[in-house]
Ligand binder design. Structure first.
Ligand code: SF4
Length: 373
């Protein structure tokens, strides 16, 4: 078993995985309790998929019957710092600069399983996961010795900080488990103090309802008016709590060229370009093979309207006017009304008054609120 485990780890590194560890299949009892408490407190917002069969996430033995081990893998995606972000530019979280990791990583997981089958001379019952998994991935990675959990709830590794994608292989093969990482966070508190929205409500607890990552990616509905200014120039995701984390200083860049900014959308996007995307088809085409697809056109244009207002980016006014008047999506129209009110104030009054006649109550409400300011 020891020899096979060493071979698996060597092969994983050869395939490009930066960290690899093993956990024996067993329930994650403590993590399950914390997760259920978090759900009960409503902190998962409207991410219904997190609430489906919640206990399964902490019971890998039920997820893949017959599985004996979990190979936990991490890929470093850090590829540098942001350049100066000027007006008219929206910031993209680092994990989404390059190609979509959901597409890039799985073939290498399957290659690892194929090698294991060769070595042990039989078909392996295995399931490979990257992110889209009903499993507490960070808890598994900690148990497999990849790193500790930070106050911002990210997995923090010694060599790559928290800039890592996680992946898992659950398989019916006995492997030598690694020792869990039971160290605590450095307790620097920078993530808690610097989070723009106060989303880290206590150590290790992030309230998704306030987290910019959730608000700009998973939430495709209304962003609460009070939270919009706090989003700053984040067009997709947020890296603030990771940027300020002392574990994330002086780290090596990824060797996966797929995650370099030039392989995907890059570090920022021009707000004018985003606000000009006319259809869902155009959006899908523009962002194919990137993680930005997750936000959908509705989410990304809504975010661009918010960032334009936060940056006082007046060149966006004509595009916002057009969206407010003609876009078929009320979420986009409503946020365009708000952004126009913020940017153009009295100058946009006559146009915003027309939005009082909009067919959708959200747009009318935004127009009313804007005119009352
Ligand atoms: S991702 Fe941003 S908003 Fe969310 S907890 Fe971290 S700093 Fe706060």
């Amino acid at each position: 078993m020891r020899q096979l485990t060493s071979r698996v780890k060597e092969e994983a590194h050869r395939l490009g995985f930066d960290l690899v560890g093993v956990m024996r299949i067993e329930p994650l009892a403590e993590d399950e309790k914390r997760y259920l408490d978090w759900l009960r407190a409503g902190m998962s917002a409207d991410m219904a998929y997190l609430q489906r069969r919640p206990t399964l996430r902490a019971r890998p033995d039920e997820l893949v019957p017959g599985a004996r081990s979990i190979i936990s893998l991490a890929v470093n995606y850090y590829s540098g710092e942001f350049d100066e972000v000027g007006p008219g530019q929206g910031r993209i979280a680092r994990y989404a600069w390059g190609r979509d990791y959901h597409e890039v990583i799985p073939p290498r997981l399957r290659a690892l399983v194929a090698r294991i089958e060769e070595w042990i001379g039989r078909k392996v019952q295995a399931r490979c996961f990257v992110d889209a998994v009903p499993l507490l991935e960070r808890a598994v990675a900690r148990r497999a010795g990849l790193g500790r959990i930070g106050f911002n709830s990210c997995l923090i590794t010694d060599r790559f900080g928290s800039w890592v994608f996680l992946a898992e292989i659950l398989l019916d093969v006995d492997l030598m488990p690694d020792e869990e990482d039971s160290r605590t966070c450095l307790r620097a508190l920078d993530c808690i103090n610097d989070c723009p929205t106060g989303a880290i409500t206590q150590h290790y607890v992030v309230d998704a309802r306030r987290c910019i990552s959730y608000l700009t990616i998973e939430n495709r509905g209304i962003v609460e008016r009070a939270l919009r200014p706090l989003i700053g120039d984040w067009l997709f995701g947020c890296d603030v709590c990771q940027d300020v984390c002392p574990h994330n200083r002086r780290l090596p860049k990824t060797t996966w060229k797929e995650f370099h900014p030039q392989s995907g959308v890059g570090k920022t996007l021009a707000l004018d370009d985003v606000l000009s995307i006319e259809s869902d088809e155009a959006f899908q085409h523009r962002f194919r093979h990137t993680a930005l697809r997750r936000a959908k056109r509705r989410g990304l244009l809504r975010n661009a309207a918010i960032v334009a207002a936060n940056q006082r980016y007046e060149p966006a006014i004509p595009l916002l006017e057009q969206l407010m008047e003609t876009d078929p999506d009320p979420i986009i129209r409503g946020h365009a009304v708000w952004a126009l009110g913020e940017l153009a104030g009295r100058r946009a009054r006559a146009r915003i008054e027309r939005a009082l006649e909009d067919e959708h109550p959200f747009v009318r409400e935004e127009a009313r609120a804007s005119l009352e300011r």
